[in-house]
Design a protein around this ligand. Structure first.
Ligand SMILES: *[C@@H]1O[C@H](CO)[C@@H](O)[C@H](O)[C@H]1NC(C)=O
Ligand SMILES: *[C@@H]1O[C@H](CO)[C@@H](O)[C@H](O)[C@H]1NC(C)=O
Ligand SMILES: *[C@@H]1O[C@H](CO)[C@@H](O)[C@H](O)[C@H]1NC(C)=O
Length: 263
């Protein structure tokens, strides 16, 4: 049913004007909104760290508003109405980048921390003593994406950044289940794209080597230093440039300065 609605919206858009013309017609510049956790948020995970969302603006020609909040998961970002607040802000042709995963794992039993999602990839529902009707990670992302795209915004769902892949002394990158979930969540939408940010960061961090990358994780294996976050932002831009997202039209220095290569 949802697929039918999306196709209808896409056809209506095509009928009125070509995509490039629609962008040109918009009176104001589109804005990029970021929704995520501490790995993206202002201030990162504490002293000495920074979220990659703070560096994205240096690579784009349009404004970036970083709405990522430390400690949040797809579930808590939804339950606290942060997605709804963003949906009320977005204008047609704006972009929303959604990246969660670091706070979404974990078990709902014996204690529900208010962040863990209901396990599964579909319409499973869980109930705990603090919340009834807890949904899965894809269900939260699909609901948010539906809301944004129905308002004419374009969505990029990114896989989460890796924990320090050099932590053991040799390089290990393995996609978490949230990578596949993020991919699948975007798949049903004409105006949502998947960027495998985790893999792009992994590839770049492998190239940079263990001694450099160890320095990007000053406090723990999750939160990056400002220098690390700048690279994490650039790998996201690489993912955008390699995708068919409209956001690539707003990337600065399209060629030599963008790190990494396409997957
Ligand atoms: C979509 O966003 C609007 C505006 O904030 C909000 O009122 C509504 O509850 C949201 N719908 C869903 C399904 O999240
Ligand atoms: C994303 O989904 C597509 C289509 O199912 C698949 O071909 C691709 O391998 C997936 N990529 C990842 C990283 O999960
Ligand atoms: C584009 O160039 C600027 C200035 O040299 C640099 O700060 C930025 O990181 C570059 N963008 C990318 C995506 O590499």
């Amino acid at each position: 049913m949802m697929g039918v609605v999306i196709v209808a919206v896409a056809l209506a858009a095509t009928a009125s004007a070509a995509p490039a013309a629609r962008i040109a017609e918009r009176a104001t510049t589109p804005t990029v909104y970021l929704a995520g956790d501490s790995t993206m948020a202002l201030g990162g995970g504490g002293t000495g760290t920074q979220g990659w969302g703070e560096y994205l603006k240096y690579s784009l020609t349009i404004p970036v508003i970083n709405k990522a909040i430390a400690g949040r998961s797809a579930r808590s970002y939804t339950v606290e109405d942060h997605f709804a607040a963003l949906a009320a802000l977005v204008q047609p042709e704006d972009f929303v980048v959604i990246e969660f995963g670091h706070n979404d794992g974990g078990s709902l039993t014996p204690t529900d921390n208010g962040k863990s999602d209901c396990a599964g990839a579909g319409d499973e529902v869980c109930n705990t003593d603090i919340q009834h009707g807890i949904l899965t990670y894809p269900a939260y992302l699909i609901a948010a994406t539906q809301n944004f795209t129905s308002r004419g915004a374009r969505v990029i769902i990114a896989s989460p950044t890796p924990d320090n892949p050099w932590e053991t002394g040799s390089f290990v990158y393995e996609a978490s289940r949230f990578t596949a979930y993020a991919n699948a969540s975007a798949a049903g939408f004409a105006h949502a794209k998947f960027v495998d940010h985790g893999q792009l960061v992994g590839d770049e961090f492998r190239k940079l080597g263990g001694s450099v990358v160890e320095g990007f994780y000053p406090n723990d294996h999750t939160h990056t230093s400002p220098a690390g976050a700048a690279i994490v932002a650039q790998t996201f831009v690489r993912g955008v440039v390699c995708s068919d997202s409209f956001l690539k039209r707003h990337v600065k220095n399209e060629t030599s300065a963008i790190v990494g290569s396409c997957l």
